[in-house]
Every structure is written in structure tokens, then in C-alpha cells.
Design a protein around this ligand. Structure first.
Ligand code: GCU
Length: 504
């Protein structure tokens, strides 16, 4: 009887726990989550995004004469009320905060005020060689306090790699992508022999008849050293980005965006966004994945500020494609980042939202909606309680996002459409935005787009011709959908501005 009651009580507790856990993380599809946001916003229908396939009847526009349906782009140097920004002080105290607020409210979403703290732990330190240079690699986990919803766990994974022979703190490029040890050392030949002997002993203990098999094949060993393999070279035949950085006396960080927030709509009720919302749907001005990834990078920088191997005043952020967007968002919002390499970022990144060329606002309000704030869906709405809206209604544009990076070192990078950095990304629109953002760089006293010692006034330069003399830089390389062929230009350019040189 007594036992029965305890069981019943325990059973009830268990039931309640399960129910709560399930409600916190009830799985939804991206379609259901998207529909939920449309409903919150009173949107009945969205315009469909164009197809990326040029032979499809509904393919994206690639006709430059139709690419600028909203030719008047918002002016970063004009307040919302039409007042001109006349001094740098006015930029820093009024216009910049206004732009940050608008990008948060309407485009990328707001970082909630109550995001829980992150506790960093160095989980392992490895001594490796990268490009024949000794490095120290630290694997790190940033565990987010999940007391608010124990069913959701967020562990940010990053790896910090610095040259072992550095004489002092080094500049570091943080790169969005899978984290992990870049080049773990293998056991030595003698250690392999011990591992193999122990393994054979274990196998024989499990199945004594294997003794005969091993003695029939005395030369066979279960574990071998990996044969020497040349590293995977960059698209331009150069050494991997990580090697180049180390060779130049930089460190780098690999930070895994998926460990912060999933790259899909169904994940919005998990990850850091889901944790803060306790597994519930986003509100219209909540952050999307791009802002969450940028937040994660900021937490990574919090750690770097505590690590004596790192020159935390010279930490850059890098990413390609969707992570190129994330890198630009990171740089725009978090002024502690000293530089950015924005690779092939397209819509939601460097190219103008108002342009109709390749990827459209309607792509970002459709399948890619989870990168953005819910509110962004409004600009793709064809039928809603507020009528309809279009890209021309977005209060801000990418020229202003790039301007938010000023006067810090900002390198906008693309590849060549002929080599696979597709037209979808709208290189021309990105260049136009960069040119306009340039006004803010020079307004703040920085050296803007400059080529051969002269301010650059356009047009978009040919492939391989960089505009690399100023604090705002542009280069389209002749490779594909990567920033690797631009890495050596980035390093040389950043070195010049931060006064760093490779130390042997
Ligand atoms: C798609 C998407 C882009 C994105 C790219 C990527 O092409 O439309 O916005 O940048 O994927 O990240 O690979």
C-alpha cells in the first residue's frame, strides 16, 4: 500500500515532467512554423519567390534594365525624419542607433534582453602542425545556462588555433563553419604497434579461435598510420585559408553555427532562439538564425577576450554565402569585431534588398524565412490585413548594413558567376550598396574605397581587380562560390591596416 502510493506519486511527477518537456519542444515542421508566423502577422498570402533555375518559366530576373524597380535607396546619412546627418557625433549617437533598431525590428530580429549566460570550457588542447607550422588548438564548448528550459540544451562549439611560436597575442579570424581539431597528430609507429597488440589480445579473449587467424596472417594489422595526403588546396590552387592565416602569424577560430541555432525553420523552437522562448513560437520581432549566429560569434569573442594568446582588439569575422550574411550582420551589430571578410553573401547580406536580380526578398520570406525576423515576411505579402507590401517598403537596405561596419575594416568578396558564384547573388547590387556605404566610411574620416591611391568612383571593377587600398575593400576573384582565392588579399590588406606582419 505504502509502496503503491509512492509509485503513484512518482508516476504522476513523471507524467507532469514529460508533459512539460513535450510542450517545450513539440516538433513542428518549417511549414507549420512559417504558417504560424503568417497568422501572427495577419498575412493571408505571400508572393512566391523566383526559381534559381534559369530555364524555369518563373526564373529570377537577370535583366539589368528591370533590376531596379525601387531606385531610391534609403540614405544612411539621413535620419528617418528627413534630417541630414551632419556630424560624426550625430552618426554615433542618433543615426547608428536608429539603424540598429530598424534592422532589428524589421529585418533580422531582436536579441532578447534576457538571453542566459554562456560558460566557456576548454575541453581539450592539442598540439598540431598546420602547413608544417606548430600550432596550439583548443576545443571549446560554450554552454548556455538552460535553467529556464532544461529540455533545450545549447552548447556552442568552437576551436581556437594559434601559432605555437607566437611572441605575443595574435590577430584572429573567426570563421563560421564546422568546428574541430584541424590536424590532429596520429600516434607514432611505436604507439600503433602497442595499440595493435592490445587490440589483438582483446579480440582473442573474446573469440579464442581468432588466435589462429592472426597467426595465419602475421603481417596484417588492424590500425595503420594514414598515408601522407597533400592538403586540399583552395580553389585557386593556394594553400587552405587556415594554413595561410597561420603562416602569416594569425590565429583562427572555427565556430559552428549549427551549435547555436539550426539552419532550418523547424529548429526555431530549439537552439538559442527556442531556449529563450521556452520552446514556443517566435514573436514577429524575435531574432532569426542570422542574428542568432551573430550572437554566437559575439559570445565566442567574449571568450577570446579572456585568452592571452589572442589580440582581442584585432578579431575578424568571416563567412561565405548564408554565413557571409551572418558575418556582415555580426560586424554591423558588434563593434568589438575589428574586421570582416564577407564572402558571396547575396540577398540578406551585401546586395540591395530593393534590387530585383537573382535571389529575391520573396526567397527570404519563403523557404529562407527562418534566417530573418518574422516581421520581414510583411515585405513579401500580397494579401494581408495591412494590404500588401513590397521590397520598396523596407525601411532600411544593405548599403546601410555595410555602413554600420564603418569605419572598421570591411572587405566585400565575391567570385565569378562563370565559375559557379551564381548570378543569383547579384554582384552588381552588392557593389552598388558598397559604393553607397562608402560615403559613411569617408564621412567618419576613414579611407574609403581606394584604388591606385585614388578614391574609387565606379563602375564595378572587372574580376581580379581589387579595390584594396582603403578601410572598405572590394574584390571579385575568378573562382567559384567561396572566398578562398581572396584570402591572401584579405590578409595582406588587414595586415597593412592593423600594422601586423608575419613573424617567423
Ligand atoms: C541559397 C540561398 C542564398 C544562400 C546560399 C547558401 O542560394 O538562396 O541566400 O546564401 O543558398 O548559403 O549557400
Amino acid at each position: 500500500m505504502w509502496l503503491g502510493m509512492v509509485l503513484a506519486v512518482t508516476g504522476m511527477t513523471f507524467f507532469v515532467e514529460t508533459a512539460r518537456t513535450q510542450s517545450a519542444s513539440a516538433p513542428v515542421t518549417a511549414e507549420q512554423d512559417h504558417a504560424n508566423m503568417m497568422q501572427q502577422l495577419g498575412i493571408e498570402a505571400l508572393r512566391p519567390g523566383p526559381s534559381g533555375d534559369e530555364s524555369a518559366p518563373n526564373h529570377a530576373n537577370y535583366d539589368e534594365s528591370k533590376a531596379n524597380p525601387y531606385p531610391k535607396i534609403p540614405d544612411p546619412l539621413m535620419m528617418e525624419n528627413g534630417e541630414k546627418v551632419t556630424t560624426p557625433t550625430m552618426w554615433w549617437h542618433e543615426r547608428r542607433p536608429q539603424l540598429l533598431e530598424e534592422f532589428s525590428e524589421y529585418v533580422y530580429g531582436k536579441v532578447p534582453k534576457d538571453v542566459p549566460a554562456v560558460r566557456w570550457t576548454v575541453t581539450a588542447v592539442d598540439h598540431e602542425n598546420l602547413g608544417f607550422r606548430p600550432v596550439i588548438a583548443k576545443d571549446l564548448i560554450g554552454e548556455v545556462d538552460n535553467a529556464a528550459d532544461p529540455a533545450i540544451s545549447v552548447k556552442i562549439h568552437m576551436t581556437l588555433v594559434t601559432p605555437a611560436n607566437a611572441k605575443g597575442p595574435v590577430p584572429v579570424l573567426m570563421m563560421f563553419g564546422p568546428a574541430g581539431f584541424p590536424n590532429p597528430h596520429e600516434p607514432s609507429a611505436e604507439e600503433f604497434a602497442r595499440i595493435n597488440a592490445a587490440w589483438k589480445k582483446m579480440a582473442t579473449a573474446e573469440d579464442p579461435t581468432l588466435a589462429q587467424v592472426f597467426s595465419d596472417h602475421p603481417a596484417w594489422e588492424p590500425f595503420h598510420a594514414t598515408p601522407f595526403r597533400f592538403p586540399q588546396l583552395n580553389a585557386d590552387g593556394g594553400f587552405p585559408n587556415t594554413w595561410q592565416l597561420i603562416a602569416d602569424g594569425w590565429g583562427f577560430v572555427l565556430i559552428d553555427p549549427a551549435s547555436v541555432q539550426a539552419d532550418n525553420g523547424e529548429g526555431l523552437r530549439r537552439g538559442i532562439i527556442g531556449l529563450v522562448n521556452k520552446g514556443q513560437p517566435r514573436k514577429p520581432d524575435d531574432w532569426g538564425a542570422l542574428r542568432a549566429w551573430a550572437w554566437g560569434a559575439g559570445r565566442g569573442l567574449d571568450y577570446l577576450e579572456t585568452d592571452p594568446a589572442v589580440d582581442a582588439k584585432h578579431v575578424g569575422i568571416e563567412g561565405v554565402s548564408r554565413y557571409g550574411k551572418a558575418a556582415l550582420v555580426t560586424m554591423a551589430f558588434d563593434q568589438r569585431f575589428a574586421m570582416v571578410l564577407v564572402g558571396s553573401s547575396g540577398k540578406g547580406g551585401a546586395t540591395l534588398l530593393r534590387r530585383n536580380f537573382g535571389e529575391a526578398v520573396e526567397s527570404l520570406t519563403g523557404g529562407e524565412y527562418y534566417w530573418m525576423a518574422g516581421n520581414f515576411l510583411k515585405y513579401g505579402a500580397s494579401k494581408a490585413k495591412f494590404g500588401s507590401m513590397n521590397p520598396g517598403d523596407i525601411p532600411v537596405d544593405s548599403n546601410e548594413l555595410i555602413a554600420l561596419c564603418a569605419p572598421r575594416l570591411t572587405f566585400i568578396s565575391y567570385g565569378s558567376p562563370a565559375k559557379g558564384d551564381s548570378k543569383w547573388l547579384d554582384h552588381e547590387g552588392s557593389f552598388k550598396a558598397t559604393m553607397d556605404a562608402n560615403r559613411v566610411f569617408t564621412f567618419l574620416g576613414a579611407k574609403g574605397l581606394t584604388m591606385d591611391g585614388k578614391p574609387y568612383t565606379g563602375p564595378m571593377p572587372p574580376i581580379n581587380q581589387g579595390i584594396l587600398d582603403g578601410q572598405l575593400a572590394w574584390r571579385q576573384h575568378d573562382g567559384g562560390h567561396t572566398d578562398a582565392p581572396n584570402m591572401k588579399y584579405f590578409i595582406a590588406w588587414a595586415d597593412r591596416w592593423i600594422g601586423h606582419s608575419a613573424t617567423e
